[in-house]
Design a protein around this ligand. Structure first.
Ligand code: KIV
Length: 280
């Protein structure tokens, strides 16, 4: 059954935990969707894990649309949420509406996600009014890495913790159907979760959130540039891949691959006629 925004709201009401993973391509989306994961985020983390940038700032609308379309084709049951990239919504309500519309129409997303609190509430209201579900994102919002001066835990001081609560209440009021909390102290995230009627999805925000999200390369051990404290590696697929690449390399170089099993046959008479035609 396809997960929808209603699935998210009902899960919150019934106290059922929600699972999310990122994906950026068709094959991975298909595997994730067939695993019972509620939603796939086409995250702008694709800037880091797919494109090799040091941050998400350079990711474009074209990048997001391209990957969102691929994920949407592979996701049968998971809700597809696509990130609005840096400067696609901060500039104006009009830009936000046009770009959210493109992610739905061209990227075939089921919902969009954007970063920020009170300052982007007019954008959230306008997008939701147009019939597009919005997931909000607070705490460590990676698009603001330059303003934060690095990737740091948010909400540690009384003032910043109160600000986070205010922003969470504001995005809920503006119409967001869910809220990602990234790198927020566990007790603060639990408190925010208790104050909201929309589900919170944590990443580095402890177990008190209504759901969890991880970047799939992180949880599979495929991305070693840096591994944040909040990541659990559920497998070491990176090692398995490297071993398979080495085995392939050896097999090709020592002539073990391909064998007849992986080759196509041709009628003896046909090939003999071809050879005869080109005889010196
Ligand atoms: O882009 C992304 O992958 C995200 C998650 C880390 C929440 O925003």
């Amino acid at each position: 059954m396809k997960n929808t925004v209603t699935t998210f709201l009902q899960a919150k009401q019934k106290g059922i935990k929600l699972s999310m993973l990122t994906a950026y391509d068709y094959s991975t989306a298909k595997l994730i969707s067939n695993s019972g994961i509620n939603a796939i985020l086409v995250g702008d983390s694709l800037g880091n894990v797919i494109l090799g940038y040091e941050d998400t700032v350079s990711v474009t609308m074209e990048d997001m649309i391209h990957h969102s379309r691929a994920v949407a084709r592979g996701s049968s049951d998971s809700l597809v949420v696509t990130d609005m990239p840096f400067m696609s919504y901060q500039t104006s309500v009009y830009d936000a509406l046009v770009n959210a519309g493109r992610l739905m129409k061209e990227g075939r997303a089921n919902a969009v996600k954007l970063e920020g609190g009170k300052s982007v509430c007019p954008q959230i209201e306008a997008i939701v009014s147009a019939g597009i579900p919005v997931m909000a994102h607070l705490g460590l919002t990676p698009q603001s890495v330059n303003a934060f001066g690095g990737y740091k835990i948010q909400g540690k001081t009384e003032q910043s913790a109160k600000q986070l609560v205010e922003n969470a209440l504001a995005v809920e009021k503006a119409g967001a159907f869910a809220l990602v909390l990234e790198c927020v102290p566990e007790k603060l995230a639990s408190f925010i979760t208790s104050k909201l009627s929309i589900p919170t999805i944590g990443i580095g925000a402890g177990s008190g959130c209504d759901g969890q999200i991880l970047v799939y390369q992180d949880m599979l051990g495929m991305f070693s540039d840096y591994v944040p404290k909040f990541v659990r590696q559920f497998s070491n697929v990176g090692e398995i891949m490297v071993q398979a690449f080495k085995d392939y390399d050896n097999s090709v170089k020592n002539g073990e691959f391909p064998t007849a099993e992986h080759s196509y046959s041709i009628d003896d008479e046909v090939i003999q006629n071809v050879i005869n035609e080109y005889k010196d």
